[in-house]
Ligand binder design. Structure first.
Ligand SMILES: C[S@@+](CC[C@H](N)C(=O)[O-])C[C@H]1O[C@@H](n2cnc3c(N)ncnc32)[C@H](O)[C@@H]1O
Ligand SMILES: CC(C)=CCC/C(C)=C/COP(=O)(O)OP(=O)(O)O
Ligand SMILES: [Mg+2]
Length: 292
């Protein structure tokens, strides 16, 4: 076994995973290995697309029914989360079946499956969590797309992919765990010239001044490090990623949070998101950039 690998028990088997590059990455791997919140699993059970990101769009109150049916509320939250991934994929541009895409921080793989279903392309996902990679690969096998959709345990700052291999790449709510200069250097390396990079992320708003107490609360809750909007644009500019669209999705995500706050699946972080979006200290943004 290479000295850079660890063996961890997984479903009665042993799985070799790379040793975390830093102690912090070890913390994040443990965090996601241990994550099993109903707000994520029960939403994923609706149609087998398991997301670890939030939702956008208006709530369809007619779909909720008048009777307070929890299953209908769960289905509605899930619809809004899938709408978020749909928007991200729409910004990847013209992708064909011969293309390969990279999902940096792929979680349980919901966005990867949606990309394959939309474009017929191959998708390579990386996550720090062995549990998540196994889950994503299990779902791909169940869908019969395991030769097109694959997750691996790997640091998104140092991937095994070839230079210029990817037609497009993205971070869906996963860029707050890494240094943005290191991250965009790696995307820039694996993307072909003319390729598209997209992120949907929460960022603190420089117009507010500094990160608010709500932003600090979100950081503590998820053990992450939310960057500012300014930092995103600067780190992209430094790495040959030229923004083609910057969309403020804050008004579009608030209905999701307000609906979620009324559900039995609340996790306690709802107030921090709602208050920080409303006081302007935090923004939910999509940034699409061309690799030039
Ligand atoms: C909030 S989840 C988002 C998952 C997925 N993008 C989605 O939309 O469902 C954050 C993900 O980032 C991954 N992550 C964080 N730091 C990473 C790193 N350095 N390398 C690879 N993955 C990382 C975590 O393992 C986790 O899968
Ligand atoms: C926008 C920001 C700051 C995101 C931080 C990253 C994150 C934890 C995303 C959602 O994951 P999840 O779906 O596992 O979270 P939850 O359990 O709250 O639904
Ligand atoms: Mg969630």
């Amino acid at each position: 076994m290479l000295s850079t690998e660890l063996t961890v028990p997984s479903n009665g088997r042993t799985l070799q995973v790379p040793k975390p590059a830093t102690p912090y990455q070890g913390d994040i791997a443990r965090y996601w290995d241990g994550e099993a919140r109903p707000v994520n699993l029960r939403l994923g059970d609706v149609d087998g697309l398991y997301h670890h990101h939030y939702g956008i769009g208006d709530v369809d109150h007619s779909a909720l029914g008048a009777d307070g049916d929890e299953q209908k509320l769960i289905a509605e939250l899930h619809r809004l989360e899938s709408a978020q991934a749909d928007l991200l994929l729409k910004h990847l541009g013209d992708i064909g079946p011969d293309d390969t895409l990279m999902d940096a921080g792929c979680g349980r793989g919901g966005s990867m499956v949606m990309a394959n279903q939309r474009f017929g392309c191959s998708v390579e996902g990386v996550t720090l969590s062995a549990k998540q990679a196994e889950f994503a690969n299990g779902r791909a096998a169940e869908l019969g797309i395991q030769d097109r959709v694959r997750a691996r345990v790997c640091n998104m700052l140092s991937t095994p992919f070839d230079t210029g291999q990817m037609a497009a790449s993205w971070n869906n709510e996963s860029s707050m765990y890494v240094d943005l200069h290191d991250l965009f250097a790696e995307h820039s390396r694996v993307l072909k010239v003319g390729g598209r990079y997209v992120t949907i992320t929460g960022c603190w708003n420089p117009r507010y001044g500094q990160p608010s107490k709500w932003v600090s609360q979100i950081n503590a809750h998820f053990e992450c490090n939310i960057h500012s909007r300014r930092e995103y644009l600067r780190a992209m500019a430094d790495n040959r990623l030229v923004p083609q669209a910057v969309i403020d999705l804050t008004p579009d995500t608030l209905p999701y949070w307000k609906l979620r706050a009324t559900s039995s699946l609340v996790t306690g972080i709802e107030e921090a998101f709602i208050k920080s979006y409303e006081d302007g200290s935090f923004q939910y943004v999509l940034i699409a950039a061309d690799r030039v």
